[in-house]
Design a protein around this ligand. Structure first.
Ligand SMILES: Cc1cc2nc3c(=O)[nH]c(=O)nc-3n(C[C@H](O)[C@H](O)[C@H](O)COP(=O)(O)OP(=O)(O)OC[C@H]3O[C@@H](n4cnc5c(N)ncnc54)[C@H](O)[C@@H]3O)c2cc1C
Length: 484
C-alpha cells in the first residue's frame, strides 16, 4: 500500500516536471531532486523550512508566462524567487510550490542618462546597477544592506528600503515602469515610459510591495540619480542611549534631512566589533550614530556644524568625521554587515522590523530592553533611526529547547510595542509568513478583507504565493480562502 502511494506521487511529480522542463531552454534549467531542492527550503528567514516541488529557471518573460500558464492550468502552486535574501519568509514554498527563480534574467537592458532611467531584468543585483553607472556620475538610490546580493525584482516585491532612503525614498519612489506576468500567464506593462500620473489606477504603487502575491515582475524601469556633488560622514558616540535617541529627533527637527542617520546600541556594537569589519567603536558607549549628509559642496559644512551642535546639546562623548572615502567605506561596511555580525556573538538571531514615530525612540527602546529582560534573551538594535525604522535583533540559541519559540515571542512583542505607539509592524522587510498574525496589530478584520479582495482579483485561484502576507483563516476574510 505504502509503496503504491509513493509510486503514484513520483509518477505525478515526474509528469509535471518533465512537462515544465520542456518550457525552459538551456542546461540545468530545472531542479527537482531533493538534494538540489534543499537550498530552496527557506530564504533569509530560516526558522521555517519547506521543500518546493521544483525550481525552474526561465531565461525570459515568454518562458515565465509559459510556466505560469502551465501551473494555472494544472492547479500547481507557484511563487517567484530572486536572491532569497528576504527576511520574512516570502519566498518559502509553504505549499510545495514550483519556485520560479528569476536569477537567469539578470541583464541590464538599457541605460538612458538623458531621461535618468535604466531598464533591468528582475534578477539584476541591486548594487550592480550603481556599479554600472557610477563612472558616468549616476547611481541607484535604494540601498538595502543586502544590496550586494538581493535582486531588483525582489526589491520591488518587498518595496525595499535602505540607509539612504531617509532622504531619497524607498523602492516605490524609484520605480517608473514594470512588466508583469499575471497569475494566469498574461503579460502586462504598467507605468508606461515612466509618465508621471498615468491615467487609470496606480498599479505601480499596488504591485510595488505586494510581496509576490499579485504577479511576477519580469522587467523594471527605474529612476537613476546624479551623484551628489559632496558628502560627509560622521560617527557620534553617546554614553546614554536616551541621549543618542533624542539627538536623532533633534537633528531632523532642526530642519536637516541627512542622507542617512543610522544607530547601533551597545549589544550591536559588541557584535560588529567582533565580526569581519571592526572599526574601533568604543565598547563602553550605549549608542553610536552614523550620520551622512550630502548635497552641494557649499552647504555641507553648515549641515555638519548644525549636527555637531545638536549632538553636543545631547551630551555626545565624541564626534569624528571620515577622513577619506576609504574610511567612509569601512564605516559603512561595519554598519551594513551588522545583521550577519550577530553571528559572532550568538548562535542564532531573529531580525525584526518595526516602524515608530521618531519622537518615540527613547520610549520604545526602553520597552525593547524590558522585553529582552522578561524573555531572558539579549536584543541588539541596529537600525535606520532617521526614519524610525527599528531592527531589534533577538539573539538566541536554537539548540536550547524552547528558545526559538521564545525568540519568536520576543520579536512579536517588539512589533506590538511599535504598533502601540502608532507605528507599524514592518518598515522594509515585509510581512511574508513571519508577521501575518501581527497584521492584526495594525489592521481591523474589514481592512484586511479589503486587501485580500484586491489580491483575489489578481490571483483568483490563489496559486501564486499562497499563505503569505495576511493572517490565517479563522477570524477574517481569509476564511474564504483556505490554503490549497
Ligand atoms: C543581511 C541582510 C540585510 C538586509 N537589509 C535590508 C535593508 O537594509 N533593507 C531592506 O529593505 N531589506 C533588507 N534585507 C531584506 C532583503 O534583502 C530584501 O527584502 C530584498 O528586497 C529581497 O530581495 P531578493 O532578491 O533576495 O528577494 P527574495 O528573498 O528572493 O524574495 C522576496 C519576496 O519577493 C518575491 N519576489 C522575488 N522576485 C520577484 C519578482 N521578480 N516578481 C514578483 N515577486 C518576486 C518573492 O516571492 C518573495 O515573496 C536584508 C536582508 C539581509 C539578509
Amino acid at each position: 500500500m505504502v509503496t503504491k502511494m509513493v509510486q503514484i506521487n513520483l509518477k505525478t511529480k515526474d509528469i509535471h516536471i518533465s512537462n515544465l522542463a520542456k518550457l525552459v531552454s538551456g542546461p540545468n534549467a530545472i531542479l527537482y531532486k531533493d538534494e538540489d531542492l534543499l537550498a530552496y527550503d527557506c530564504d533569509g528567514f530560516t526558522i521555517k523550512r519547506h521543500l518546493p516541488r521544483a525550481v525552474i529557471f526561465p531565461k525570459d518573460t515568454h518562458e515565465v508566462s509559459q510556466i505560469v500558464k502551465y501551473c494555472a492550468k494544472h492547479n500547481l502552486p507557484f511563487l517567484a524567487r530572486g536572491a532569497g535574501t528576504g527576511l520574512s519568509g516570502g519566498a518559502i514554498p509553504l505549499n510545495n510550490e514550483v519556485i520560479i527563480s528569476l536569477v537567469r534574467m539578470k541583464r541590464l537592458l538599457e541605460i538612458d542618462l538623458e531621461n535618468r532611467r535604466a531598464v533591468v531584468e528582475p534578477g539584476f543585483v541591486n548594487l550592480k546597477l550603481t556599479n554600472s553607472i557610477s563612472d558616468k556620475g549616476y547611481y541607484y538610490a535604494p540601498d538595502p544592506s543586502s544590496q550586494y546580493a538581493c535582486t531588483i525584482g525582489g526589491n520591488v516585491a518587498e518595496n525595499a528600503g535602505g540607509a539612504h532612503c531617509l532622504k531619497y525614498g524607498v523602492t516605490t519612489n524609484h520605480i517608473l515602469g514594470l512588466e508583469v506576468v499575471l497569475p494566469n500567464g498574461d503579460i502586462i506593462e504598467i507605468g508606461k515610459n515612466g509618465i508621471p500620473d498615468a491615467p487609470g489606477y496606480d498599479l505601480l504603487g499596488l504591485l510595488t510591495g505586494s510581496e509576490g502575491t499579485l504577479g511576477i515582475v519580469t522587467k523594471i524601469t527605474v529612476r537613476i540619480l546624479k551623484n551628489p556633488e559632496a558628502k560627509q560622514t560622521v560617527l557620534a558616540y553617546f554614553d546614554k542611549i536616551d541621549d543618542g535617541s533624542k539627538a536623532v529627533s533633534d537633528i531632523i527637527s532642526s530642519g536637516i534631512v541627512p542622507a542617512a542617520l543610522e544607530m547601533m546600541d551597545k549589544t550591536a556594537i559588541e557584535g560588529v566589533e567582533a565580526a569581519a569589519f571592526p572599526v574601533g567603536h568604543p565598547k563602553d558607549i550605549e549608542a553610536v550614530l552614523l550620520i551622512e549628509v550630502d548635497g552641494i559642496t557649499a552647504g555641507i559644512n553648515d549641515q555638519i556644524n548644525l549636527i555637531l551642535d545638536v549632538c553636543q546639546k545631547r551630551n555626545v562623548r565624541e564626534v569624528k568625521a571620515a577622513r577619506d572615502e576609504a574610511e567612509r567605506g569601512r564605516w559603512w561596511a561595519n554598519r551594513k554587515t551588522g545583521f550577519g555580525a550577530m553571528g559572532a556573538i550568538s548562535p542564532d538571531y531573529l531580525v525584526q522590523d518595526g516602524v515608530i514615530p521618531r519622537s518615540k525612540l527613547p520610549e520604545v527602546l526602553a520597552k525593547i530592553n524590558q522585553i529582552s529582560e522578561e524573555n531572558g534573551l539579549r536584543i541588539a538594535n541596529i537600525f535606520h533611526a532617521g526614519d524610525g525604522n527599528l531592527h531589534p535583533l533577538v539573539l538566541f540559541d536554537s539548540r536550547i529547547p524552547g528558545e526559538t519559540e521564545k525568540a519568536i515571542q520576543a520579536g512579536s512583542e517588539c512589533l506590538k510595542a511599535c504598533a502601540d505607539v502608532g507605528g507599524s509592524i514592518t518598515g522594509e522587510h515585509g510581512v511574508g509568513i513571519e508577521k501575518k498574525e501581527e497584521m492584526r496589530f495594525v489592521f481591523h478584520d474589514h481592512e484586511i478583507q479589503a486587501q485580500t479582495d484586491i489580491r483575489d482579483v489578481f490571483n483568483p485561484d490563489y496559486l501564486l504565493n499562497a499563505g503569505k502576507l495576511f493572517p490565517a483563516p479563522g477570524r477574517c476574510a481569509e476564511v474564504k480562502r483556505e490554503l490549497k
